[in-house]
Design a protein around this ligand. Sequence first.
Ligand code: GLV
Ligand code: GLV
Length: 320
Amino acid sequence: MDKRIVVTRTVPEAAVAVLREAGSVHVCTQDGPLSPAELREAVRGAHAVVTMLHDRVDAELVEAAGPQLEVVANVAVGYDNVDVPAVTERGVVVTNTPGVLVDATADLTLGLLLMVTRRLAEGERLLRAREPWTFHLGFMLGSGLQGKTLGIVGLGGIGQAVARRARAFGMDVVYTGRRQAPAEVEAELGARRLPLEELLRTADVVSLHCPLTEQTRHLIDRDALAAMKPTAYLVNTSRGPVVDEKALAEALREGRIAGAALDVFEREPEVEPALLDLDNVVVVPHLGSATVETRTAMAELAARNVAAVLAGEEPITPVR
Ligand code: GLV
Ligand code: GLV
């Protein structure tokens, strides 16, 4: 009997082709995310489920699928949507998609950094509003990056790729993280590890690249924002709940930090309305990995993980 593979939302055809070699593929083609009840219904009888970052994967979902379930392949590097212990203790393999989205996410981070420090979105809004303007020396001044300090929270693959790009812009790099980076990485990036508190006090731009965990939820809260310089910017391309959005909106409104650029939101896809009224905020809709090449590579990696597990082989990028 063919193994049943359920994909919770449309994925690039290249990934479907890989999955077809491994079993009978059912792709859910609805417009939005499946509700928890729809998700439970969709996975019934599945041997493999390919999930998106908005799908909640927990004990209940695994039970709904049934005892034949072998693998859940999340098409994302982050897996905060998966209750990993609950899934793995039921004998189901969990995989994610590290590595393949590092460059795209780092590129987007630099894009956001430039947008917020050079007021690009604000300038665009001005022109689109057909407002009058003329060039003058004091017009719409932003903040330069050369000689400024970038504070990276979480020096994993993406954090390192951001650091490399920032160095090319003439920035100094400091970082904070659970572990000291390897000496050669620190040497290449000229990066110094600091306690979070000190990083917040010294960085001109704070960029978040940590996973969302119980330890990092609201890591950037009112106190953290108060520790930042009034001239500093916050960039978040990690996960929304790492930042207390209400506290951020308040800090931005009161000019306690200079600006923020956000790719992710606390209650995604909802955006804290208070943020949308502020000119010193740049918001984009979770586009970190959104290139044709990267999304294809992510979906293909997830599909190859499924194929490996269903063939009785080791998964390529398991989460443990
Ligand atoms: C995207 O946000 C991812 O975790 O891959
Ligand atoms: C993220 O940091 C990765 O290694 O993909």
